[in-house]
Ligand binder design. Structure first.
Ligand code: GLV
Ligand code: MN
Ligand code: MN
Length: 427
C-alpha cells in the first residue's frame, strides 16, 4: 500500500489516500495477458477478439468498483462514480488499452487501470465527490488498424467528421462501420459526440515514453503541451516482372522509389536542425512480396511530429515534394493521402496547477514537460480543460516489449491522480 499521511484540517479526508500497488500491478499484468503476441510482447489491435476480451476485463473491474458504465457507438467506455451534484460537468480521467503490434505493458493501460485504482482509493478513504468522476477507456488510440490514431477521442470531441470516419477501412478492406458493428457496437456514430460542458476537466495518467524523468531522477511530470502529429499514406505503383528476366535499365521498381522516399523523410526531419522534429516511415507493404519478383506496388505510412506546428508543416511540404521527385526519377505513379495533420495541444493552466499542487501536497517532486507522443488528451483539450501526468519509465523505452515503469512510480502517479481528482471534484 502507498499511503498519504492523513493531516488535520479541511483536507483531512482527501489526504487519506492509500494506493493498493500490488492489486494495481497485478491488474496491469493480467491485462497484458490479453495479447496476440508471445509475452512479454503485447499486441492488442482494436476490435480484435483480444481487444474485446481485454475490454470485458476492464468492465468487470469498473463494475466491481460500483461504477456506472456505458459504451458509445465507437466503443469508448465510460465508468462513472456519481457525485452528490450529478448535474455538474464531471471530472474525467482515463486513457487507452489498445496496443500496437509488439508493444509493452504500460502504454495507455497505466491511465486506465491507474484511473480505476485512483477512484477505488478515494472510495476506500471515504471521500464523497461533489462532481461525478468518470473513467474513460478510449477506443483505438493507436492508428494500427484504421491508419488514424485517437479514433474514440476524435469522435467524441467532434474532431473527426462522420463522413471521414465512415470512409475508414482496415487493410483487409473492412470498413470501420462493419468492424465496430461486428464487435457489438451498433449505435449511430453521430451520437458519439459529447454534449457541450460534459466535462469540467480531464486528467490523463500515462507513462512518459521518453527518458527525461529518469535522467532527472523525478518520478512524475506534469505535461504542459502535446506535440503536433501528422501522418501520410503513400501508394506507389511501378511495374512488376521477373527478377531474372527484366534488365535493370527497364525497371520501374516501386520499392526503390519507396526507399528513396523513406530516406527523404529522414532528411526532411533533420533539415530543420532542431531536435524536436521527428519523422518515421513505419509501414512499408510490398506487393507481391516474392524474392524473384520486382516489387510493383508499395504502401508507405509516414509519421511526422514537432512541438512547433509551422515547422512540422514545412517538413510535410518537403516530404510532399520529395515524393514527387522520387516518382519522377523512378518512373512510378504515386498517390498521397494525409491521414491527419493535427495542431499541438496546450494543457489548461488550472489543470496543470491542480496536478502540480497535488504533487506538492503529497511531497512528490514533479517536472513540467512536453509530450512528444500524442494522446487522447490532444483531442479532449478541444472540449475541456486538460492536463496529463507522466510516470517515469525505464530508458525512455516505449512501443517495445521491454517498456517498463516501476510499481512504485505507478503507485505515486496514481496517488497524485487520486488527489487531483478529489480536489477537482469537490468544487
Ligand atoms: C501514440 O501511441 C503515439 O504514437 O504517439
Ligand atoms: Mn502508443
Ligand atoms: Mn498511449
Amino acid at each position: 500500500m502507498y499511503r498519504t499521511e492523513p493531516e488535520g484540517g479541511p483536507d483531512a479526508k482527501i489526504m487519506d489516500i492509500a494506493i493498493n500497488s500490488e492489486q494495481l500491478y497485478g491488474e496491469l499484468e493480467k491485462l497484458a495477458s490479453f495479447t496476440d503476441a508471445p509475452p512479454p510482447a503485447v499486441t492488442r489491435v482494436v476490435f480484435s477478439k483480444t481487444d474485446l476480451a481485454a475490454r470485458a476485463y476492464i468492465k468487470e473491474l469498473c463494475i466491481a468498483a460500483n461504477l456506472v458504465i456505458r459504451e458509445d457507438a465507437i466503443g469508448n467506455l465510460f465508468a462513472r462514480w456519481p457525485g452528490s451534484a450529478p448535474g455538474l460537468p464531471a471530472i474525467g480521467t482515463g486513457s487507452h488499452t489498445d496496443a500496437i503490434p509488439h508493444a509493452g505493458l504500460y502504454d495507455g493501460t497505466v491511465g486506465v487501470l491507474g484511473g480505476i485504482e485512483a477512484i477505488r482509493a478515494l472510495q476506500r478513504g471515504g471521500y464523497e465527490p461533489r462532481r461525478s468522476i468518470e473513467l474513460v477507456m478510449f477506443t483505438s488510440e493507436e492508428p494500427t488498424r484504421f491508419g488514424i490514431g485517437c479514433l474514440g477521442s476524435r469522435l467524441l470531441s467532434g474532431s473527426l467528421a462522420l463522413e471521414r470516419a465512415l470512409a475508414l477501412a482496415d487493410s483487409d478492406g473492412r470498413s470501420l462501420d462493419q468492424v465496430r458493428t461486428a464487435a457489438g457496437f451498433t449505435g449511430a456514430l453521430d451520437n458519439v459526440v459529447l454534449p457541450g460542458g460534459y466535462y469540467d476537466t480531464f486528467l490523463e495518467l500515462h507513462v512518459e515514453q521518453g527518458p527525461v524523468l529518469e535522467q532527472r531522477n523525478i518520478p512524475v511530470g506534469v505535461v504542459a503541451a502535446i506535440a503536433a502529429p501528422a501522418s501520410l499514406r503513400v501508394w506507389i505503383e511501378g511495374e512488376g516482372g521477373h527478377a531474372g528476366a527484366v534488365l535493370m535499365p527497364q525497371r520501374r521498381d516501386a520499392l526503390l522509389a519507396a526507399a528513396e522516399i523513406a530516406l527523404a523523410v529522414e532528411s526532411a526531419a533533420k533539415s530543420t536542425g532542431v531536435i524536436d522534429t521527428v519523422a518515421t516511415t513505419g509501414v512499408c507493404d510490398v506487393f507481391p512480396g516474392a524474392v524473384n519478383s520486382i516489387p510493383s506496388r508499395v504502401k508507405l505510412e509516414i509519421d511526422v511530429r514537432d512541438i512547433d506546428l509551422a515547422r512540422r508543416d514545412i517538413v510535410l511540404r518537403a516530404i510532399d515534394r520529395a515524393i514527387d521527385e522520387a516518382a519522377e526519377r523512378r518512373g512510378v505513379q504515386v498517390r498521397k493521402e494525409v491521414l491527419n495533420a493535427d495542431p499541438p495541444a496546450q494543457s489548461s493552466r488550472r489543470a496543470v496547477d491542480t496536478l502540480t499542487q497535488s504533487c506538492e501536497a503529497l511531497g512528490i517532486p514533479s517536472l513540467p514537460m512536453v509530450s512528444r507522443a500524442y494522446h487522447d488528451s490532444l483531442f479532449m483539450s478541444r472540449i475541456t480543460d486538460v492536463a496529463m501526468l507522466f510516470v517515469r519509465c525505464r530508458a525512455g523505452i516505449s512501443h517495445r516489449p521491454d517498456e517498463y515503469a516501476s510499481p512504485e512510480d505507478i503507485a505515486i502517479g496514481t496517488m497524485v491522480l487520486a488527489h487531483a481528482l478529489a480536489q477537482l471534484s469537490r468544487t
